[in-house]
Design a protein around this ligand. Structure first.
Ligand SMILES: NC(=O)c1ccc[n+]([C@@H]2O[C@H](COP(=O)([O-])OP(=O)(O)OC[C@H]3O[C@@H](n4cnc5c(N)ncnc54)[C@H](O)[C@@H]3O)[C@@H](O)[C@H]2O)c1
Length: 327
């Protein structure tokens, strides 16, 4: 992605900056010359994720919750140039959301809508929201198109429901873009987190030379998208990619390619130069069998498409995990 002269002046707020995706987004924005205001409460993120850029002069950080009333107005007072908000902070654990539905609705939906309304009132140029494939619930129509998620969707968790409601509000705002991201993977994804994707857990198992534990037959499929591709999508959504900004709306962010869990284990093993040993565990109740996106809407709107192959993304992830593990 190339930057334009105007991009260098943009001052962006990134909520969830200490998280997996937020830290990559903040780092890229800084590399484009943007100023970045990071916000996080460290509920699932960590300082370590920001170590590559936390000392850069263009970066400032505020430890607080996105549920704090008047947060964007306060940020605007401290940073008058703030013009763009990337809202990624969220309760990301699906099991936690099932146990704490009200808190999840508060953080993942109500806080997002409040920030959006503030951004509108303050004259922000863009509000980009981290939606999720969980917004499609158990919709069996594959591949998944943006219009399939609706009021009638049977969401499988409060997380999916909250993300759907927030995305719908964002997408109907004149400054809003909601990115419905599929299974993101890459460096900095915490294998210990209950939400962490299968990839970070498998990479961990591979490095420890353990067999991969697969729930059910392993033929369930997912749409795995590398984190740098997701960051590109955020830039497109905000008009910071050098191409036309995506018009307000909701967009899938995936590869359009379904990968089975067994194929994933085999690809990681091939990257590692080993044979995959798979141990099958009983199927998990409530797991979606297949999930894959139709990713073309964001390509049509703003020229985005995923570029990193699964093998290349896995190589980078494994190499990061090796270094992280040796620290
Ligand atoms: N990782 C994926 O596969 C994936 C897929 C689809 C959507 N998403 C969405 O992308 C966003 C980023 O996900 P991630 O994988 O980087 O997760 P993450 O847990 O690494 O990052 C989320 C960040 O938000 C922070 N946070 C949580 N609640 C907060 C609050 N109330 N106030 C301030 N900060 C708070 C956490 O401390 C963390 O740093 C989330 O909104 C998630 O729902 C992720």
């Amino acid at each position: 992605m190339t930057s334009t002269a105007n991009d260098a002046n943009t001052c962006c707020i990134v909520t969830g900056a200490a998280g997996f995706v937020g830290s990559h987004l903040a780092e890229r924005l800084l590399s484009l010359g943007c100023r970045v205001i990071g916000i996080d409460d460290f509920s699932s993120g960590c300082w370590e994720n920001m170590s590559a850029f936390e000392k850069q002069p263009g970066f400032s950080f505020h430890e607080c919750s996105v549920t704090s009333p008047g947060l964007l107005a306060e940020m605007r007072e401290r940073h008058p140039a703030a013009a763009c908000c990337f809202h990624l902070a969220a309760i990301v654990s699906v099991p936690y959301s099932v146990e704490h539905p009200e808190e999840t609705m508060e953080v993942d939906c109500h806080a997002a809508v409040s920030l959006l309304r503030e951004a509108e009132e303050l004259g922000f140029r863009r509000f980009v929201f981290a939606g999720s494939a969980a917004e499609y619930g158990d919709d069996g129509r594959l591949p998944l198109r943006e219009e399939y998620a609706s009021e009638k969707t049977r969401h499988l968790s409060p997380y999916g429901r909250a993300k759907y409601l927030a995305s719908a509000a964002v997408a109907s705002s004149r400054i809003g873009v909601a990115l419905r991201c599929f299974n993101i993977y890459g460096p900095r994804q915490d294998p210990g987190s209950p939400y962490s994707g299968v990839i970070s857990r498998f990479v961990d198992m591979a490095l420890q030379e353990r067999s991969y534990t697969v729930f059910g037959d392993g033929m369930q499929t997912r749409d795995f998208v590398f984190v740098s591709d997701v960051v590109d999508a955020y830039l497109c959504a905000a008009g910071l990619s050098g191409a036309v900004p995506a018009p307000p709306g909701v967009y899938n962010v995936g590869t359009g390619r379904a990968t089975s869990i067994v194929e994933l284990a085999e690809t990681i093993s091939a990257v590692e130069g080993r044979r995959a040993r798979i141990e099958h565990l009983p199927e998990r109740a409530g797991d979606i069998r297949h999930s894959v996106s139709v990713p073309e809407a964001l390509e049509r709107a703003a020229g985005w498409r995923s570029r990193v192959s699964l093998a290349d993304g896995l190589k980078e992830t494994v190499s990061w995990a090796r270094t992280a593990g040796s620290r």
